[in-house]
Every structure is written in structure tokens, then in C-alpha cells.
Design a protein around this ligand. Structure first.
Ligand code: MG
Length: 155
């Protein structure tokens, strides 16, 4: 077994779509980023790459590369899974999204099933938390996400 952890944070700004865990969520602001700014998928990709003993998302998809400008993070996740799948099977993954708003709960199952499809296992858990009004996340200036992945080598 191999375990990986990932973290990410993006600024919440006007004039952007909000995409979390590959799912577009109606909201008046979205996450700033070179890609679509999907913090949940970015944290998950870092956890997957770490479990595989590979360099992080920034090394793999540099934000200096115009090829990744505005790209859907779901596409990046699919690429990473295509690379990992021959050698690794995901056992389970757990993703926590910390957002003061919008509420994650109404979208949780849609995000969960989307990530389950990508990772090839139904053992995916997604949780939404708030920051209790404290810090940049609590002030609605950012959304952050944490992810843990467990994988096993294919024989
Ligand atoms: Mg990111």
C-alpha cells in the first residue's frame, strides 16, 4: 500500500466559474487560477502523484506552459489517471473542501460520483467544511482542499 496527501488553496474572485471536484457549482464568484482553479481536484492530483512517488502537479503541468491555460482540471486528473492506471489501483480517497460559501453538501454526491468515475473506485469520500469565519477561507477570500489517497501496486 502507498499513501499520498495533497493540499491546495485558490483565491475566490468575481468573474470566474466555480468548479469543485470537476463539478460546476452555481455561485457569484469562482476560483482564480491558470486552469479552472479546481482546488479539490488539484489536492487530489497531488495526493495521487505523492502516493505514486512522483513529482507534484506544478512540475507535471507548469503554470508557465500556455498549453494548460484555462484547462479543465478534470482533464488533468484524467491524464494523471491514464499514467498511473497501468501500475497502480486506487484503494480509496478522501477529499475535504473548506469553503465558507457555497455549501458543499448539496453538491457532495455529484462530486463524489464524478471523482469515483475518474479514480476507478466507488470508495471515495467527499466532505465540506467551513472555516468558522476565521482566516482567508472564513473571510470568503479563498477556498482550500485537502486529499488523502491510498493506492496499491497492480501485480
Ligand atoms: Mg491549484
Amino acid at each position: 500500500m502507498s499513501v499520498g496527501f495533497g493540499f491546495d488553496l485558490h483565491r475566490l474572485v468575481a468573474g470566474r466559474r466555480l468548479v469543485l471536484g470537476g463539478v460546476e457549482i452555481p455561485h457569484e464568484r469562482g476560483l482564480l487560477g491558470h486552469s479552472d482553479g479546481d482546488v479539490a481536484v488539484h489536492a487530489l492530483i497531488d495526493a495521487l502523484l505523492a502516493a505514486a512517488g512522483e513529482p507534484d502537479i506544478g512540475s507535471r503541468f507548469p503554470d508557465s506552459d500556455p498549453a494548460y491555460r484555462g484547462i479543465s482540471s478534470d482533464v488533468l486528473l484524467a491524464k494523471v489517471m491514464d499514467d498511473l492506471r497501468p501500475k497502480w489501483a486506487v484503494v480509496n480517497a478522501d477529499v475535504t473542501i473548506v469553503a465558507e460559501e457555497p455549501q458543499i453538501a448539496p453538491h457532495r454526491e455529484k462530486i463524489r460520483s464524478k471523482l469515483a468515475e475518474r479514480l476507478g473506485t466507488d470508495r471515495i469520500t467527499v466532505k465540506g467544511k467551513t472555516a468558522e469565519g476565521i482566516g482567508p477561507v472564513g473571510a470568503k477570500e479563498a477556498i482550500e482542499a485537502f486529499a488523502v489517497v491510498q493506492m496499491e501496486p497492480r501485480r
